[in-house]
Design a protein around this ligand. Structure first.
Ligand SMILES: Cc1cc2nc3c(=O)[nH]c(=O)nc-3n(C[C@H](O)[C@H](O)[C@H](O)COP(=O)(O)O)c2cc1C
Length: 175
């Protein structure tokens, strides 16, 4: 009897460490746009670099973001009831690194090197970003370590003709 050929990368046990590692390896190959999700006001402002952002529906205009519940940004988003998704351009790598905690700045200090405004909800709006989507939270689902926040888009600002920042295989590039 011939035993069936098995692909060594196929894991059947979802609780094994193997599938988690392979899952991470696969997701690194998912080229994605990069955003900074911001919430709160004054010294309560917090932000997080995030690529887990997705358009959900146009009517009503809704997007979703996935945020780690262990982080400070999660608390700020939850308390504010609103957030802004700032789509980063090719020149915003410093902001991506800063809000990923890779420059040594923490909490509200992460806002210092950049210029900010507000639109409708009061969430911090990054000046010079590709686009800013100011959202009010409509729903939220917890899944494992993360929360999925659904945001109704209340105000949008767009800059045309600017390259986008893209994250692929652990590095940034611009397209
Ligand atoms: C390219 C990139 C994408 C990321 N995407 C997410 C994401 O979608 N959600 C998330 O919670 N963290 C994401 N992170 C990790 C956070 O940016 C990082 O853990 C940050 O320090 C958390 O900040 P906080 O403690 O204020 O929440 C990403 C990091 C990078 C570099």
């Amino acid at each position: 009897m011939i035993s069936p050929m098995r692909d060594p990368e196929v894991h059947e046990d979802p609780s094994s460490a193997g599938i988690a590692d392979t899952f991470k390896s696969a997701m690194r190959l998912f080229a994605s746009g990069v955003t900074v999700i911001t919430a709160g006001e004054g010294s309560g402002r917090r932000g997080v670099t995030a690529s887990a952002v997705c358009s959900v529906t146009m009517d009503p205009p809704t997007l979703l973001v996935c945020v780690n519940r262990a982080g400070e940004s999660y608390e700020a988003i939850r308390e504010a009831g609103s957030f802004c998704v700032n789509l980063l351009g090719g020149e915003d790598e410093e902001a991506a690194l800063c809000f990923a905690g890779q420059t040594g700045r923490r909490g509200v200090e992460q806002f210092t090197p950049f210029s900010w405004a507000t639109l409708k909800t009061g969430a911090p709006v990054l000046e010079g970003a590709l686009a800013n989507l100011d959202c009010e939270i409509s729903d939220r689902i917890d899944k494992g370590t993360h929360a999925v926040f659904f945001g109704t888009v209340r105000k949008v600002r767009v800059r045309e003709g600017v390259p986008a920042l893209v994250h692929f295989n652990r590095s940034f590039t611009s397209v």
